[in-house]
Design a protein around this ligand. Structure first.
Ligand SMILES: Nc1nc(=O)c2c([nH]1)NC[C@@H]1CN(c3ccc(C(=O)N[C@@H](CCC(=O)O)C(=O)O)cc3)CN21
Ligand SMILES: CC(C)C(=O)C(=O)O
Ligand SMILES: [Mg+2]
Length: 282
């Protein structure tokens, strides 16, 4: 059954955890469907993790639409949230126009960074489902990320700002909230004081759900983050397999007869005779 926003809200109220991963492509989404995760966030992290960009500010609306369409070809039941990328929601009008393109490509909801109530209200007045994103906001915190000051809300004033932003976004109609790189105890307070599901990344165990970048989970990245355990070492396994393939090609072991089509002897003789008539090697 297709997972809806009410299904996700019911999970919060029944204290059942919501499992979320990023996905950016068709085959990965197929796997997530077969396992039955609740939600996919097609993040603008597609830029650094899939497209080789330097940072989030390079990601375009066209990138997000292209990947949303690919993911949607595999979606059956999972709830899909796509990021509005950098510089696509400076005004409420722009946010609506661009969010419409993302939902037209198949996303169930859009996500944007920060606490802009005017943006949220404009999206809600168009009937668009919205996930808000508080804490570390990679699109807008590039300097902070370069300086290594990654987490948000460690001091009183910043913590209160985050609590108030969460309450204000909830009041203005946010459907979902993502909390990125904030102290676990602060995420617990926010989660306990809003009626919308909170999904945490580097925000401790008390959020209503958890999200990880799938590359971190599978071990496709060289970089190892504190918040993201490597459940699997996919990169080294893939390297082993590719090395074996390369050796088998070099040694003439691959392809074997079983991988190869056969021509009937009678047809082959005709081909060989024709080649000889045309003075070709056989
Ligand atoms: N592959 C990947 N994984 C992520 O978790 C992730 C992305 N990409 N791209 C978008 C944002 C950016 N995020 C980030 C980026 C940097 C750190 C980082 O540098 N963490 C350090 C310091 C931790 C700390 O101060 O608490 C670390 O050692 O993990 C963490 C999350 C989370 N998101
Ligand atoms: C934190 C998340 C899920 C995100 O915004 C991204 O992957 O871009
Ligand atoms: Mg993002």
């Amino acid at each position: 059954m297709k997972k809806t926003i009410s299904y996700l809200h019911a999970k919060k109220h029944n204290r059942q955890k919501i499992s979320v991963l990023t996905s950016y492509d068709y085959p990965t989404t197929k796997i997530l469907e077969e396992v039955g995760v609740d939600m996919i966030i097609l993040g603008d992290s597609v830029g650094t993790n899939m497209l080789g960009y330097q940072d989030e500010t390079e990601v375009t609306l066209e990138d997000m639409i292209h990947h949303t369409k690919a993911v949607c070809r595999a979606i059956e039941n999972i709830f899909l949230v796509t990021d509005l990328p950098y510089n696509t929601y400076q005004t409420p009008g722009m946010a609506v126009e661009n969010a419409r393109k993302i939902t037209a490509a198949g996303a169930d909801a859009v996500k944007f960074e920060g606490g802009r109530i005017d943006i949220l209200q404009a999206l809600k007045s168009e009937g668009i489902l919205v996930m808000c994103h508080l804490g570390l906001n990679p699109q807008h915190d590039q300097d902070r990320m370069r300086s290594g000051k990654i987490s948000k809300g460690k001091q009183f004033s910043e913590a209160i700002e985050l609590i108030q932003a969460a309450k204000n976004l909830e009041s203005a109609g946010a459907d979902l909230l993502i909390l990125e790189k904030i102290p676990g105890k602060l995420a617990k307070i926010i989660t306990g004081n809003v009626n919308i599901p909170t999904i945490g990344i580097g925000a401790g165990k008390d959020c209503d759900g958890q999200v990880l970048i799938i590359h971190d989970l599978l071990g496709l990245n060289d970089k190892k983050y504190k918040h993201a355990p490597r459940y699997f070492d996919m990169k080294s396994m893939v390297k082993d397999v590719i090395g074996r393939y390369q050796d088998e090609v070099a040694e003439g072991i691959f392809p074997a007869l079983e991988h190869t089509n056969i021509i009937k002897e009678s047809e082959l003789s005709l081909v060989q005779a024709w080649c000889m008539e045309h003075e070709m090697d056989i």
